[in-house]
Write a protein that binds this ligand. Structure first.
Ligand SMILES: Cc1cc2nc3c(=O)[nH]c(=O)nc-3n(C[C@H](O)[C@H](O)[C@H](O)COP(=O)(O)OP(=O)(O)OC[C@H]3O[C@@H](n4cnc5c(N)ncnc54)[C@H](O)[C@@H]3O)c2cc1C
Length: 429
């Protein structure tokens, strides 16, 4: 069956999700650029040899993410259904940042930001790789190395648009001082794969935090969102935010009309995600079996298991996956950076049933894609058939097969991905 063996295969065969791991591994021959239709994509030097292209594919989470082998830390749990569905889980907590500004600005309870800032200010961390809106072109994201509270604040809340935090790993390589790495599950998997083969990167990552992720919409998604908010081709975009400033907060844009009038328009998170952004999710994300950051030290998402009361200030759900994560979280609680209440592992299924089903669907989707001659990522050791069987109803199982067959045809997945690259995108165009 079709298997991606080079980085060009990964891109051509719709398996790239734009994390930037390849650009960090070989910054001399790869750089990341934005495309409207697909997301961020690597631009690869034309003289790259076959061997070099294969080497880039080896550490690419687009083509493969393995299950986490931490049996020494989680013992018998590795054989449990919970491990197959939710990855390694040492503890589950719910809580919030005690810094009111971080909590208010954060996507849920501001916990990712509070832990990041705690590491920079309270521990010996030098900085943190994070994602934020580009100040000069807020339609786009940029990856930064945060070094101060101001930096961390500027990176609060989820950006439902393409981002490549792994590309910044090249900048911390060899620093020999710990940094926090914050990213989506695929970003953290890429950072882990690179750290496994490069000691200088391993030594520069002192803590990895993954946000939960249902999939990244392409820039076309944000463009449609902006249009629905009245943004026109002549308007200048000042800000687009998807979450935060409340829980979950509104999706909003601030832009200037040609007349000089400034407009602030918003829609609810549910409407913006459900009716607009979700349908622009990248194809690779539909084949994703790691929505909760299995490879991270800590994974953070929303405790959706209960309805959010009006005015609720925001809470984050935290999964402790490693001893390193447990150690830092404990210290942050003791120092008063976050307030946490323990929860049971069943809170994950109650909070994220959609992510359980999304992982379950991957077995049927990947099998169908391969049988039709399309490519699909591999997940060694993840036991996805078990999750498929357990999480999906009969009709969802059937849909995972026939829905994929339809998409392979309609999306043209047997043809190479064509990408009109926007290296120098202008603001809001
Ligand atoms: C595309 C996407 C899909 C998501 N899907 C789900 C979901 O299905 N269920 C769920 O519970 N949560 C989901 N989240 C995560 C959720 O929105 C919150 O990020 C999470 O609850 C943490 O909140 P917080 O207040 O603790 O984080 P904050 O303190 O607000 O910090 C957020 C951190 O995430 C980083 N970040 C933001 N956007 C990106 C990005 N695109 N790529 C990499 N890093 C980024 C920021 O740099 C920041 O460090 C998703 C997030 C994204 C970006």
């Amino acid at each position: 069956m079709a298997q991606a063996t080079t980085i060009d295969d990964v891109i051509d065969q719709h398996l790239c999700m734009g994390c930037g791991t390849c650009a960090a591994k070989r910054p001399d021959v790869v750089h990341m650029a934005d495309t409207i239709a697909h997301g961020r994509r690597p631009i690869i030097a034309s003289d790259l040899s076959e061997v070099e292209a294969e080497s880039l594919a080896i550490s690419c989470p687009g083509q493969s993410i393995c299950s986490v082998n931490t049996s020494h830390e989680i013992g018998a749990q590795t054989n449990s259904y919970d491990h197959a569905a939710w990855g390694p889980v040492l503890e589950v907590w719910e809580g919030y940042a005690t810094d009111p500004e971080l909590r208010y600005s954060g996507a849920s309870g501001g916990v990712v930001s509070a832990l990041t800032l705690f590491c920079i200010e309270g521990e010996d961390f030098t900085g943190a790789i994070q994602v934020r809106a580009r100040p000069d072109a807020p339609l786009l994201n940029e990856s930064i190395i945060s070094r101060s509270r101001g930096d961390v604040l500027s990176a609060t809340a989820s950006r439902y648009a393409p981002a490549s935090p792994c590309e910044r790993l090249a900048d911390i390589q060899g620093s020999n001082v710990p940094h926090v790495f914050v990213g989506k599950p695929c970003d953290v998997a890429g950072a882990t794969m690179l750290a496994d083969e490069n000691e200088e990167i391993e030594n520069a990552i002192g803590l990895s935090i993954s946000i939960f992720c249902a999939g990244t919409p392409s820039l076309a998604g944000t463009q449609e969102l902006l249009q629905s908010l009245g943004f026109g081709p002549e308007d200048i975009l000042n800000e687009v935010r998807y979450r935060g400033r409340g829980w979950p907060g509104k999706m909003f844009a601030i832009y200037r009309k040609a007349t000089g009038k400034t407009v602030r328009a918003s829609t609810s998170y549910e409407e913006g995600w459900g009716s607009v952004l979700q349908k622009h999710t990248q194809w690779r994300c539909r084949l994703c079996a790691d929505h909760l950051g299995d490879h991270a030290d800590l994974s953070v998402g929303d405790p959706w298991y209960r309805p959010i009361a009006p005015g609720d200030e925001g809470q984050s759900l935290v999964v402790v996956r490693t001893e390193r994560g447990r150690h830092i979280l404990k210290k942050a609680i003791k120092a008063g950076a976050v307030v946490m209440t323990p929860r049971s592992i069943s809170t994950l299924a109650a909070s994220q049933p959609n992510l359980g089903r999304a992982k379950g669907a991957v077995f049927g989707r990947a099998l169908t894609a391969r049988l039709m001659g399309a490519y699909a990522p591999t997940y060694p050791g993840m036991r996805l058939s078990r999750v498929w069987w357990h999480e999906l109803t009969l009709s969802e199982k059937v849909k995972s097969v026939f829905g994929t067959a339809k998409r392979v045809v309609l999306k043209g997945l047997l043809r190479p991905e064509g990408a009109e690259v926007l290296d120098e995108i202008s603001n809001g165009d």
